[in-house]
Design a protein around this ligand. Structure first.
Ligand code: ATP
Ligand code: MG
Length: 635
């Protein structure tokens, strides 16, 4: 029987047991039945945790774009593959069919070849959320080039350091981008970045905003005229399952971003299989993941996972607040979106605006809601459930990482009973373990420890580009024979997992280990609070004490809210205990975040410890002005 689509809770358990009892046989069946290979593997899996070496579907040959595009042409050539919704609500949405996608990918692939890009070369893609972004990465995959997408909000220095880290040969960019009411001069940023990047031979420029940009003679060329002349067929390069597909940098929440390398075969199988099940995708559904393709969420669940299933995937160019805070819901109504996948930071920002924006739209098409990126606090979960899902669409709180390639801990909608703040159960084939500080596995339920994964899964990253030692040290040296995630988690009485925060952020107060998520969750319950972050700072008696940074829904005139401080500490006392009370509370306009929208507690920790001269790598910081404001207003 095929295990490709799980529809019931009982079936989840059966398939899960099968997948861990004999992982090789399980993944072999999935790979065999649902994908197109040019040559079969000689071995499903070989691995060595000590050397940090993992191979899935060894010796198999394939091209991922044939799986994501070509094989759908007979059955659903006219179906929309990518549904592009421009930033401007008055600009028409574009429906790109599988057939049309095939043509556009082939043309661009031929342009890349003409420009001298070969199998194994690295191409950096610095584009806004326009179809060319998805088409560029697929064109790279078509010819065996390795794509490295850089989120189009990064600065020139962040771009040049990423280009130099991987010796990229080409950059694909655009003249500019639309973001809400603003335009951004992307080409100018690239020009600045390229002052210091000797490996770059050419720059392909997409015309998005019709701006009169400087084009350096030689390397810089407009893309459209080349596409107009390009041939619409391009034979897919025959790739090894373990050839690199892409390099992608982590968000930089806990330190310098890591250039994770994903390979083709395992990544394809796992992202496709998770997509199908975690979102219960059915043939006529319209799936929308609001992430940018600049992050792993966009790679796996806007491009590869959906397309491998022949799905319709929405790509949105704009921002949730333009022209107003109803934009997401306007798009859901307009395109009858069935699955909606977003991040807690967006949910909190929208909840802060109240429910009036949501109520204006017909959201009855929605079947499944998803969350990813950070722990979702209980208040935000309920807001999402009640206002967006109308209490009838299950919320999948999906825990995973750039490193894991695909979703790892998640409910299966309509099967797994959900529970706010809990990512619930491991996905098929995923074997989590909670470890204590001494390297012992915590068995049974009602335990809390460091989250590890004790068996390889197909989409795991294979290395850090150019630095295998860092890969080994970061993920495989803390515990023998397992992958260490860097996150803390607890397992409740029924075996559900809750992510409690980053291990780096755990605070030891009077000998007790306190994770950040449950305390922040308690603070966020206060009706006046929008978001919060807690960190530790040195304390004579307790070792560490807690410092809370709290953003209010409505800031008001004064920053001194005496009662609010007491009320917040009362909430913490009631929900967690007096041990977790905050010694200091600072009300802030906003919190420092990564460009992917995650709270950067490491910066707040430095501010609390009065070490503002040692903020560390801030290249991925979204809002430096907020950091300065917080420093100026330290309690
Ligand atoms: P860096 O590794 O550079 O510090 P990062 O960890 O933020 O950055 P990502 O790979 O984008 O980079 O994020 C993965 C992390 O996001 C996870 O390790 C976890 O801490 C957090 N995360 C993702 N999804 C969830 C979720 N559903 N619940 C709780 N935390 C989540
Ligand atoms: Mg990380």
């Amino acid at each position: 029987m095929s295990n490709y689509h799980i529809k019931q809770f009982e079936e989840y358990f059966q398939v899960y047991r099968k997948s861990v009892r004999n992982p090789e046989q399980f993944w072999e069946e999935i790979a065999e039945e649902h994908f197109t290979w040019k040559k079969r593997w000689s071995n499903v899996l070989s691995y060595d945790f000590k050397k940090a070496e993992f191979k899935w579907f060894e010796d198999a040959k394939l091209n991922i774009t044939e799986n994501c595009i070509d094989r759908h042409l007979h059955t659903r050539g006219d179906k929309t593959a990518i549904l592009f919704q421009p930033n401007n609500p008055d600009e028409e949405a574009e429906h790109i069919s599988y057939r049309h996608l095939h043509e556009r990918v082939c043309k661009l692939a031929n342009v890349l070849k003409d420009k001298g890009v070969k199998k194994g070369d690295v191409v950096c893609v610095y584009l806004p959320m326009i179809p060319e972004l998805a088409i560029s990465i697929l064109a790279c995959a078509r010819i065996g080039a390795i794509h490295s997408v850089i989120f189009a909000g990064f600065s020139a220095t962040a771009i040049s350091s990423r280009i130099n880290d991987c010796n990229a040969k080409m950059v694909i960019t655009s003249d500019g981008s639309y973001r809400g009411s603003k335009t951004i001069d992307l080409k100018g940023i690239v020009d600045e970045a390229l002052n210091d990047t000797p490996s770059i031979e050419s720059v392909l420029v997409v015309n998005r905003i019709n701006s009169d940009v400087y084009m350096k003679e030689g390397p810089d060329v407009w893309l459209q005229p080349l596409l107009d002349d390009a041939y619409a067929e391009c034979t897919a390069e025959v790739m090894d399952a373990e050839d690199p597909l892409f390099i992608l940098y982590t968000s930089g929440s806990t330190g310098k971003p890591k250039g994770m390398v994903h390979t083709i075969g395992g990544y394809m199988v796992y992202t496709a299989y998770t997509f199908k099940n975690v979102f219960q995708y059915r043939d006529n559904d319209v799936f929308w993941c609001t992430a940018d393709i600049g992050w792993i969420t966009g790679h796996s669940y806007i491009v590869y996972g959906p397309l491998a299933n022949g799905a319709t995937s929405v790509m949105f160019e704009g921002v949730p607040s333009y022209p107003d805070y109803g934009r997401f819901w306007d798009i859901v109504e307009k395109h009858k979106v069935t699955q909606f996948y977003t991040a807690p930071t967006a949910i909190r920002a929208l909840a802060k605006q109240g429910s009036e924006f949501v109520e204006k739209y017909d959201l009855s098409s929605l079947k499944v809601l998803g969350s990813v990126g950070e722990p979702i606090n209980e208040e935000a979960w309920h807001w999402y459930d009640e206002n967006v899902g109308k209490k009838k669409s299950p919320i999948v709180d999906t825990w995973w990482q750039t490193e894991t390639g695909g979703i790892m801990i998640t409910p299966i909608p309509f099967s797994t009973p959900t529970k706010p703040t809990y990512a619930t159960l491991p996905f098929i084939g995923v074997q989590p373990a909670l470890m204590d500080e001494n390297g012992q596995e915590l068995k049974g339920n009602q335990v809390e420890g460091r989250l590890c994964i004790k068996f390889p899964w197909p989409a795991m990253a294979r290395t850090i580009w150019g630095n295998h030692k860092r890969y080994q040290d970061t993920y495989f040296s803390a515990y023998d024979n397992m992958y260490f995630t860097g996150d803390g988690a607890l397992r409740d009485e029924v075996g559900y997992y809750r992510i409690t925060g980053r291990v780096d952020d755990v605070i030891i107060v009077s000998g007790h280990n306190l994770g950040t998520a449950p305390i922040e969750d308690a603070i966020n319950e206060h009706p006046a609070v929008s978001e919060s972050a807690i960190v530790g700072f040195p304390h004579d008696v307790k070792g560490n004490a807690l410092y809370g940074y709290v953003t209010l829904k409505d800031v008001g005139e004064s920053r001194d809210h005496g009662n609010l401080r007491m009320e917040i500490n009362q909430l913490i006392t009631d929900r967690i205990g007096p041990i977790a009370k905050l010694d200091k509370i600072q009300f802030t306009e906003a919190l420092p975040k990564t460009r992917s929208g995650k709270i950067m507690r490491r910066i707040l920790r430095k501010i609390a410890a009065n070490e503002t001269d040692q903020l560390g790598d801030t290249s991925t910081l979204l809002n430096p002005e907020v950091v300065q404001d917080i420093i100026n207003n330290v309690k």
